[in-house]
Design a protein around this ligand. Sequence first.
Ligand code: GTP
Ligand code: MG
Length: 206
Amino acid sequence: MKINTAEFIVSNSDVSKCPNEPLPEYAFIGRSNVGKSSLINMITNRNSLAKTSGKPGKTQLINHFKINENWYLVDLPGYGYARVSKSTKETFQKFITDYFERREQLVCAFVLIDIRLEAQKIDLEFINYLGETEVPFCIVFTKADKISRGKVDQHIAAYRKKLLANNWEEMPQHFVTSSTEGTGRDALLSYIEEVNQGIFKNQGFV
Ligand code: GTP
Ligand code: MG
């Protein structure tokens, strides 16, 4: 899919104030600093559409970006930064859980995982939360440029093992990306295009 237009529409912390058009949207979620905003810029081929930072906690609101006039990418704040781990519910900000529980336009969450790290408790908790909430999701491994190709495969195999040990029956659909090298862009865009086509063929979904 070619990106012809990518425009920032609105930021807010209230799901009821998100754009109310019936257009499919894809949300990026994951720990602070994992590379959500960078990946949105990489996918859209825009340097600074979404704001990025070397310091965690940059994105603070729900940000809607309209792509090609007919679908949305959504940048969300990260979780797990400077927050004491309490119950799962309290760990994730209320407006984020509201977003996942109430946003009808959301067709897929991309859960970003730093490919370099061992499976983190907070990510597994969030993945389980999405499962319980019945939100469709894919896993997106980030920062693949930081390790060798062989290590990438090893880390994915270890992640799969961890998910199976956490009662998942199979590894969800996953992508390997690097925002600095453009890795995974075509695969992600093809996936989104395919899902969008299914939705538009059925003349909408909400
Ligand atoms: P919050 O908004 O704070 O939750 O963070 P975020 O997940 O949006 O991360 P962001 O995109 O701001 O990136 C965090 C840091 O990681 C920045 O310094 C980026 O340049 C760096 N980064 C992101 N993606 C990649 C990548 O694929 N490779 C490398 N080498 N660095 C990356
Ligand atoms: Mg961000």
